[in-house]
Design a protein around this ligand. Sequence first.
Ligand code: ARG
Length: 281
Amino acid sequence: MKKLLALVLTGVLGVSLLTACGSSSSASSASSAPAETASTESASAPAETESASGSALDKDTLVIGTNAAFPPFEYAGDDGTPAGFDIELINAIGEKLGKKVEVKDMEFDSLVASIGNKIDIAIAGMTVTEERQKMVDFSDPYYEAVQNVIVTKDSAIASADDLKNKKIGVQLGTTGDFIASDIEGSEVSQYNKAVDAVNDLINGRVDCVIVDANPAQEFVSQHTEELTALEGSQFGFETENYAIAMPKGDTALVEAVNQALKELKEDGTFDKLVAENITGE
Ligand code: ARG
């Protein structure tokens, strides 16, 4: 008698489970085979990252977005794939997390919007800003930076006032772009790569270029006869913090990345990467 009751109960439970599965996958025609429906559903969105449902940490491979036109943090290495401080740092972080890391080179301006769909993480010398924080979560900061103003050696530009009504070259969507656009009377030319702005400075199409200090120094070192990089403090620019950007709300990922970053600082790896990649440090 007990056995029979158990069987009946199992049956009822089974049916109600089937019903529940069937009704939750209302879009599917295969309501008689809920298990299959479930696998079809997950297979239909393989490229999606898991920010909505889970953590990117559940994946074996983390897809990393960068913009490899920002030396020494990221640039095209000898084999054309991204190399530089950020790339080495994210590889070291991936290793700590036991994840494979796949780096994608993208336009800087599309990185933030790609986090949580095309990519899991962006590392790109990216400054923490309030605007970006509305869309992504940042790791603890890992590098302090400031904008520089690159000018030709014969330029009279030397102070914030001198930047008014000037033609300013910037990389699109960067903090240099935001600063330039706020300057009174500025005529801002936005390039996909900062180096193209630098070339237009040499060609006389812009009066100066506003770009982060380390890349500014790298670009100027290619043209020491003609160009010089002026300190941002001279123009009243504030210091900025670079951090790693991740899907908003993926706290598990953010915590794991912060923990890895902390360990890399404690074990000396971080300082080693700075010494190997960043001149003047
Ligand atoms: N720090 C600046 C910003 O966040 C510029 C970063 C540009 N990075 C790059 N990989 N191109 O806006």
